[in-house]
Design a protein. Structure first.
Length: 303
């Protein structure tokens, strides 16, 4: 069984372009905590980071410095930019690692110049890519796939791939981190992992290689011609602008649910959907038609 697992992890590493991959049955949260435990010192992060970073810092008894990137005109935290990293490192020069999130819940991605800056700073580069497990499957996404660039990168297979809830991949590219991360995973995890979960991690990679993401790209592009969405770098993440339809996010989400259409998330302004190759062209046409039908006649925001 150990040999089978090792082979499956090797195949996943090849898919993501990483030096090694570990299969996780405790979600990305465990991977994040393991990375922090292996960091060997204080960690820098930015607005909107996952709560697992704080939990990992508490376990490791180190400082987690969260720097504010400010709010954009859309009401969301600004995506971290190179200037934010430069300013943060000037303020906290002794940190051992920099943790960024890319993509975020809205499909927004961090520019590659941020990764280059962190690498040049001689700090460990950790990436929370929980929402980007599918990035290696399409040519327009792979350029933003930090699984092959970051020293450590976690990917939640259950969010966007065909894997069970609680499954994730942890990509490790820094040779000195492999052993301490494996030790941390043993200390954090169970000696009796669910092999159904492990098997789903293996098959999810094989499925991702075969799915027609080009067709999905075209369907999403057509949808966005009709429905205003938040601009982002991940075409599979649809953040529908509820205000443009005359609603707040919560109200639009409720109206869609009344028609058996369920969103992933809603905020004050946006209703978020995750598009996968399992959705058909007809599904996107139906969603667009329903949204246009629901649109407030006067276009005014109704709270």
């Amino acid at each position: 069984m150990l040999a089978a697992l090792a082979n499956a992890e090797k195949t996943a590493a090849e898919f993501y372009g990483a030096k090694r991959v570990r299969f996780l049955t405790g979600g990305s949260s465990i991977g994040i905590k393991a990375a922090i435990l292996a960091a060997g010192g204080d960690v820098l992060c930015f607005s909107g980071c996952h709560q697992a970073l704080g939990e990992g810092a508490a376990l490791a008894k180190l400082n987690l410095y969260e720097c504010d990137t400010g709010l954009g005109t859309d009401g969301l935290p600004n995506v971290v930019a190179a200037k934010d990293v430069a300013a943060a490192l000037k303020k906290f020069p002794d940190v051992k690692a920099v943790f960024i999130e890319s993509p975020d819940y809205y499909g927004r991605v961090v520019s590659t110049d941020v990764a280059e800056l962190i690498k040049k700073s001689d700090k460990l580069f950790f990436c929370d890519a929980a929402h980007g497990a599918h990035f290696a499957a399409h040519k327009d996404l792979v350029k933003s796939c930090f699984a092959r660039i970051a020293d450590v990168c976690n990917l939640s297979a259950h969010k966007t791939l065909d894997a069970y809830t609680q499954t994730a991949y942890l990509c490790i590219n820094h040779p000195s981190l492999a052993e301490p991360i494996d030790t941390a995973l043993k200390n954090l995890g169970t000696t009796s992992p669910n092999y159904m979960l492990l098997a789903s991690l293996e098959t999810a990679v094989e499925s991702a290689k075969k799915y027609d993401y080009d067709r999905l790209f075209d369907d999403v592009a057509e949808f966005k011609k009709q429905i205003l969405c938040l601009p982002n770098g991940d075409f599979t993440r649809l953040a529908v602008d509820a205000e443009a339809l005359g609603f707040c996010g919560k109200e639009l989400c409720a109206k869609l649910a009344a028609q058996n259409i369920y969103a992933e998330k809603c905020t004050g302004r946006y209703v978020v959907f995750i598009a996968t190759p399992h959705e058909t062209s007809a599904d996107f046409k139906n969603l667009a038609a329903v949204l246009k039908k629901l649109k407030s006649p006067d276009g005014a925001l109704r709270m």
